[in-house]
Structure formats: structure tokens, C-alpha cells
Design a protein around this ligand. Structure first.
Ligand SMILES: *Cc1c(COP(=O)(O)O)cnc(C)c1O
Length: 375
């Protein structure tokens, strides 16, 4: 079949291995999945109740304007309603941004070892990509990006994606580092800076930038948020963007009228009202991360302090081999060879028992697979 060359060279996204598939393939009864950064606490009881109440109405089309949700987030974030746009997951907004603002051949900028959707969505919009390399710190190279934009910016450069905190490394840009980029490119009217904050609720660092203030100060900055991570709605698909209306109006124009389904809207309003669930989720993640740090240190495995709900570590052996050996013990982690990290894995925080089981399994695997094996 004749296919567009930019689609032909597209490397598909590899999702975390599903629980049911793992059970089937390996004949296991229980499987712990710590591979997709989902909320381990399960669906909030308040969200379930709201969803039950909404079931009778699913024969109707959803509210195309997401009215109630818009009101809620607008007052929560203190931004006008027309500064918001919603998507079927923030994944869809990444797609809408590239399709709205890029011509074929325009350039989309991103760091390596960052969220895979940026590359995939840019390529499906027939855009070119420019990828910046990371240093040993596995941080998004803010200085290099700022320097490039200052000295060698090309007229076709259109969008820069920055995941902050970054997935899959868990590292973040602080206020000064973010400002380095903005003091060069903030306010350009033919170039967008997208700050993807899928994990912002997990950040503990005190010098994390306030991206909403940046949206107010710079006409070309977009903040992306999702209800899929800390709010526990990954399966319902809901994300939103905050930006000035001269950006949101175009995204509103191109999006499908019913891109956010009725249940997602109801669930999101309920989730935003469930402060206890949010607090419990944050506490579970923070104590889980601290536990992982202690254990990884005990195993002698290098890791990168994380501002998200997962941690990246160097297994000092083939990540693929560790991944396979863990699977046999019923633990799914995320190998990162396709991000140029052949020895590394990304581990999401689960429930306390799940975290402990995962560390026992990992300790076991490290004892059976010799260091340096397969790399
Ligand atoms: C998970 C994730 C998203 C996608 O969130 P959805 O709303 O579920 O589509 C976006 N960006 C980053 C960096 C993520 O890790």
C-alpha cells in the first residue's frame, strides 16, 4: 500500500505490558503492573458514585463545551474560561497542537529521552523533528535549547515540547532553567513553547516553575495537564491546556466537537472535588519513592531523583533481561532500550505491598543475572 513517507518512518508507541496479557502468557495468577504511571489507589469512590449517576444519560451526546468542567478548572486555576481547551487525554492535545500550528516541513523541537508522543504526533502532522541530546544528569538540556534558539533558530521552527517533570527520567527544569528558554523565545508569535505538566501534582521541589504565571506573561506558552495520572482517570481520557485565547481559539476550531466523552467530564468534576483522594495519592507516591530510593541504594543501583510518580534506575545489566526475569515473577516494569537507555528501567510507584513485592523480586533477579550481562 502506498503510504506517506513520514508515516512509513514513524516508530509506533510501545505501551506498558498489560496485566491480562502477562497472566495469559506466563500462566500467572497475580501480576503487579508498575509500568504506566497510573494511580495505584484505584478509582476514587466519589468518582464511581458520579459515574453511576451519569450512566442513564450516555445515550445523549456529551456537552461539546465541557461547561461544568470549564467553570471548575477556570475558578480553580484563576484563569478565564476561554484560556482552556480540553482533549481526549493530553495526548490528543499534543496531536491538536502539532496539526493546528505546523505546516508539512515545519519543525518540532524536543529533547531525547522524553515523552514519545511528541515525535509521533509531529511526524503524523508531516513535521520535521529536531531532537536535543541530554547529559548524564538526564535533564532536558535547557541551556542547549536556549542557545540554539538564540543563535541558530530556523524560520520553520514552530513548536518546542518540554515535559516538566520529564517522562521517563523523572527529572525537572527549575525556574531559572525554564526562564533561560523563555527569555529567548517567550513572546515569539510564530513559535510555541508547550510545557507538559502531566506530573505536576507530584513535584516536591521548591524551585519548580509556576507555568500558569508563564502562560500569563508570555503569549506563546501552553501548559498541558492531565486527569490521567494523580486523579486516577487514565482509562477515561481527559487532558486540558491552559493558554491565551489567541492560541486556544484555533485548537477549539480544529478539534472534534465531541472529543471529550460524557463520562470523562462527569468523572473529572468529581475527581477535582475529591481533595482527600488527591492528598492520599500524593502521600502514597512520595512515601513509595522514598522507599524505592532506599532499596535501590541498598542494591547499589544508580537512580535519578524523581519529581513524578515513577523512578528511573540503571540496572547495570541488560534492562530487557531484567524486565523478562521480573515478568516471570509477576512484576511489570518498563524497559527503556527504545529511549536509548539499554540498562535502565522505569518503575511506577504502586501500593505499599506492591512496592515491597517489586523490590523483593528485583533483589532476586539481581542475584541471578550477573552484573554487566547482556550489555
Ligand atoms: C502520561 C503522559 C501524558 C498523557 O496523558 P493522557 O492525558 O493520559 O493522554 C502526557 N504527557 C506526559 C509527559 C505523560 O507522561
Amino acid at each position: 500500500m502506498k503510504v506517506s513517507p513520514s508515516i512509513e518512518k514513524l516508530v509506533p508507541y510501545v505501551p506498558g505490558k498489560p496485566i491480562e496479557e502477562t497472566k495469559r502468557e506466563l500462566g500467572l495468577d497475580t501480576v503487579i503492573k508498575l509500568a504506566s504511571n497510573e494511580n495505584p489507589l484505584g478509582t476514587s469512590a466519589k468518582v464511581k458514585e458520579a459515574l453511576m449517576g451519569a450512566l442513564d444519560s450516555v445515550f445523549r451526546y456529551p456537552d461539546a463545551s465541557c461547561f461544568e468542567l470549564t467553570q471548575k478548572i477556570s475558578s480553580r486555576l484563576q484563569v478565564p474560561p476561554d484560556w482552556l481547551a480540553f482533549g481526549n487525554g493530553s495526548d490528543e492535545l499534543i496531536d491538536l497542537i502539532t496539526r493546528t500550528f505546523c505546516e508539512p516541513g515545519d519543525r518540532v523541537l524536543m529533547s531525547e529521552k522524553s515523552f514519545a508522543a511528541y515525535t509521533i504526533r509531529a511526524q503524523s502532522a508531516r513535521a520535521e523533528t529536531q531532537v536535543f541530546q541530554m547529559g548524564e544528569d538526564l535533564k532536558i538540556p535547557a541551556r542547549e535549547i536556549a542557545q540554539y534558539l538564540r543563535k541558530s533558530r530556523r524560520p520553520t521552527d514552530r513548536v518546542l515540547f518540554i515535559a516538566n517533570p520529564n517522562n521517563p527520567t523523572g527529572t525537572y527544569l527549575n525556574r531559572d532553567e525554564m526562564q533561560e528558554i523563555l527569555s529567548v523565545a517567550g513572546g515569539w508569535d510564530d513559535f510555541l513553547i508547550v510545557i507538559d505538566e502531566a506530573y505536576n501534582e507530584f513535584v516536591r521541589a521548591s524551585d519548580y516553575p509556576d507555568s500558569l504565571a508563564l502562560v500569563k506573561n508570555y503569549s506563546n506558552v501552553i501548559t498541558l495537564r492531565t486527569m490521567g495520572k494523580v486523579y486516577g482517570l487514565a482509562g477515561l481520557r481527559l487532558g486540558y491546556m491552559v493558554a491565551q485565547p489567541k492560541i486556544t481559539q484555533w485548537v477549539q476550531r480544529i478539534r472534534q466537537p465531541f472529543n471529550v466523552n460524557a463520562l470523562a467530564q462527569v468523572a473529572a468534576v468529581a475527581a477535582l472535588d475529591d481533595g482527600d483522594y488527591l492528598k492520599k495519592s500524593q502521600e502514597a507516591v512520595w512515601s513509595g519513592l522514598d522507599y524505592f530510593y532506599t532499596e535501590l541504594e541498598r542494591f547499589g543501583l544508580p537512580f535519578w531523583k524523581s519529581q513524578a510518580n515513577f523512578v528511573l534506575f540503571d540496572g547495570l545489566r541488560s534492562g530487557r533481561e531484567i524486565f523478562q526475569a521480573l515478568l516471570k515473577k509477576g512484576v511489570i516494569m518498563r524497559p527503556l532500550a527504545n529511549y536509548g537507555l539499554p540498562r535502565h528501567l522505569r518503575l511506577s510507584v504502586g501500593l505499599k505491598e506492591e512496592n515491597e513485592a517489586a523490590m523483593r523480586a528485583l533483589e532476586n533477579v539481581l542475584a541471578t543475572v550477573p552484573e554487566g550481562s547482556g550489555v
